[in-house]
Design a protein around this ligand. Structure first.
Ligand code: ZN
Length: 135
């Protein structure tokens, strides 16, 4: 097997299990074995107690819109514009903000409830996007 071309997406040591789970359409968080703090993105140490023991735990892909932007310029060929990138505060890890694509015909509203949608990317990972709970 050859290496992917330069610039191609590849998971790192900490995030690989996250991407494996999103590929199965599973939303998961790391949970500290010592203090129980949930965390995202994936990392080796707990930000609360600085210990290394942790496990993955399935969580509901739900949260609240914190902010968003409307891209009116394509970042790369094939990107649709305008497109909305939303920052969501997930219920499972309230001190985290997760960016994702927006999946509705209207712009988000600050504070509205959203649920995750899984967005496979050709030759890449399955991303987590967001759609409104109330359309
Ligand atoms: Zn901890």
């Amino acid at each position: 097997m050859s290496d992917p071309p330069a610039g191609a997406w590849r998971p790192d040591r900490d995030s690989a299990p996250w991407w494996e789970r999103t590929g199965r359409e599973e939303f998961a968080v790391q949970r500290c074995d010592s203090c129980g703090t949930a965390r995202l993105p994936a990392r080796a140490f707990c930000p609360a107690c600085r210990t290394e023991g942790w496990h993955w735990e399935a969580a509901e892909p739900a949260g609240t819109v914190e902010s968003w932007i409307v891209n009116r310029r394509a970042f790369a060929p094939g990107f649709a514009v305008p497109s909305v990138v939303v920052m969501v505060r997930p219920d499972a890890v309230p001190d985290c903000l997760l960016p994702g694509s927006w999946h509705a015909a209207r712009e988000p509203v600050g504070g509205e409830r959203v649920r995750g949608v899984f967005v496979p990317v050709r030759d890449g990972p399955t991303l987590v996007g967001w759609e409104p709970v109330v359309r």
